[in-house]
Design a binder for this molecule. Structure first.
Ligand SMILES: [Zn+2]
Length: 511
């Protein structure tokens, strides 16, 4: 039973010692926002969007079918960094930071898990993380275990000085002062400014500094690159690289621009990888590259992300290179996912993750020492559509079978099935699932086992206190500016006991 495998995986960490011929490896985790696997050349895409990532894959290992733990940034990164699914780390939506009791006190954010950075830091690693999107800020609980957790590529609304100043001037309605603010900080008001060059520069600077200070201490570096996110506006020369055919539909124009953005991010990565090489660090650095989720181009009727959990939303690249510890040029069949990343990083460092980890150390699979088995992978998403009761999406992937399910409140799950062996891109509407019969019984059995596993994991993990700040007006401004519907403070949905995402989370069952 594959659910038991989940448990076995956690136990497997104890035996996760890795070959580290030159001492403990450095670890570099790169997450590229909105990066779908099938838009990279090394995953078979016709356009040459990813020469640096392709080279990484040639010199390392590429997992053909890797799935993101969610369809948007915050829960996906939490799963990547804690090795826990949404039902265990507890975070499905930023509305969790906007719940108040009758007296106006903020309700606790039900976040759990140990960050891989905490474990590595305790094991003697120097740790740093560089990111652009506010979603990865300490406000949302990110940053524990990192010596440096730094945001780059600010916009005016998120800038620590200009943001509050902007709000103050806006409240007075002084147009001349607003104009002056725009002229003083033009780069902060340019919505199309790429942030990858700045983030890569900072990462290179940090590595150089680290190497000068102490050549003996290994490092764990995390980077989140945001430029493939909307608006798709690649900077020159990447804006000219890919063009939709004359007269092509808007969606094709968007795809070409998105591809240009990917190529721009790839160029930034090329600089970072080259610097690791010249510093003599490439040989014993494990690089893990993934996307935090995919991006939809109307395959199932919508654009962007955080709407669905079909293949285009959750099939992400997963490429690992470690010349001293992994073979080169292998493509691994079977499945993998975000959930495996923390366990894999820990195994490479020769340490054990703290508390329950529900992912798999992928190193023995990458080396071909063990077969990739048909584990169960989950992707989860809550979506509030003009209701205080979220639509809950749950995609279950086991081997070639993908079931895309949804429900709201206490309604029974409904959904469709895809056979990825026949239909690798999961295109089309899928085959309707008859959940009134044996299929439904099977699902209930699986959910019951997951529930047991997830509740036990949550019971073993104390709630994290640091994810307790409420969101400010400028945070809400930023959420809207990034293209998401603005959340509103909620008071009527306090629950005395926490439920798993599977069962509705903290949200009410009825509006
Ligand atoms: Zn994202």
């Amino acid at each position: 039973m594959s659910l038991l495998l989940f448990v076995a995986l956690a136990a497997c960490l104890a035996c996760g010692k890795s070959k580290t011929p030159h001492g403990r490896p450095n670890l570099l985790l790169v997450s590229v926002d909105c990066l779908r696997a099938d838009h990279l050349s090394c995953y078979g895409y016709a356009r040459e969007t990813s020469p640096a990532i392709d080279q990484l894959a040639r010199e390392g290992v590429r997992f053909e079918h890797a799935f993101s733990a969610s369809g948007w940034t915050v829960p996906s990164h939490l799963s990547m960094l804690t090795g826990l699914p949404m039902s265990v780390h507890g975070i499905d939506d930023e509305r969790l930071w906007m719940r108040y009791d009758e007296e106006g006190h903020q309700l606790p954010v039900p976040m759990r898990g140990t960050f891989v950075s905490e474990v590595l830091h305790e094991a003697g690693y120097a740790t740093a993380g560089f990111f652009t999107a506010g979603w990865l800020g300490t406000k949302y609980g990110f940053g524990p275990g990192f010596d440096t957790w730094e945001r780059l590529g600010y916009r005016f609304y998120s800038h620590p000085v200009v943001g509050p100043l902007y709000e103050k001037i806006k409240a007075t309605g002084d147009v001349a002062q607003l104009k002056q603010l725009r002229e003083t900080y033009p780069e902060l008001f340019d919505a199309h400014r790429p942030s990858t060059p700045e983030t890569v520069d900072r990462a290179i600077q940090w590595v150089e500094q680290h190497e000068r200070a102490d050549a003996g201490q290994p490092f764990f570096l995390f980077m989140h690159l945001f430029d493939a996110h909307e608006p798709y506006a690649p900077p020159p020369p990447f804006d000219q690289l890919f063009q939709a055919a004359p007269g092509a539909k808007d969606i094709e124009v968007k795809k070409a621009a998105y591809d240009g953005e990917i190529r721009g991010v790839d160029a930034g990565l090329a600089r970072l990888f080259a610097r690791l090489e010249t510093l003599g660090l490439a040989e014993n650095t494990l690089i893990v590259l993934t996307g935090d989720h995919g991006e939809e181009f109307e395959e199932h009727g919508f654009g962007s992300h955080r709407i669905h959990l079909f293949c285009e939303n959750i099939h992400v690249p997963l490429v690992m290179r470690w010349p001293a510890g992994l073979p080169a040029g292998r493509a691994i069949g079977g499945n993998a996912g975000h959930i495996d990343i923390a366990a894999t990083l820990c195994a490479a460092a020769g340490v054990k993750m703290k508390g329950p980890v529900l992912g798999t150390d992928l190193l023995p699979i990458a080396r071909g020492e063990v077969e990739n088995s048909a584990r169960l992978y989950l992707s989860s998403l809550s979506l509030f559509l003009n209701s205080t009761v979220p639509q809950r999406y749950l995609t279950l992937i086991r081997g070639d079978e993908m079931r895309v399910l949804n429900t709201q409140g206490t309604a029974p799950w409904a959904g469709v099935r895809f056979d990825l062996a026949q239909n690798p891109s999961g295109s089309g509407p899928g085959i309707p699932l008859d959940l009134g019969g044996p299929e439904g019984e099977r699902l209930q059995r699986e959910l019951a086992e997951l529930r047991k596993l997830f509740l036990a994991a949550r019971a073993a993990l104390p709630a994290r206190g640091e994810a307790a700040q409420s969101l400010s007006p400028s945070d809400l401004e930023e959420i809207k500016a990034t293209g998401y519907a603005g959340a509103e403070a909620t008071t009527a949905n306090a629950r005395a006991s926490e439920r798993l995402f599977l069962d509705g989370g903290v949200w009410p069952d009825k509006p």
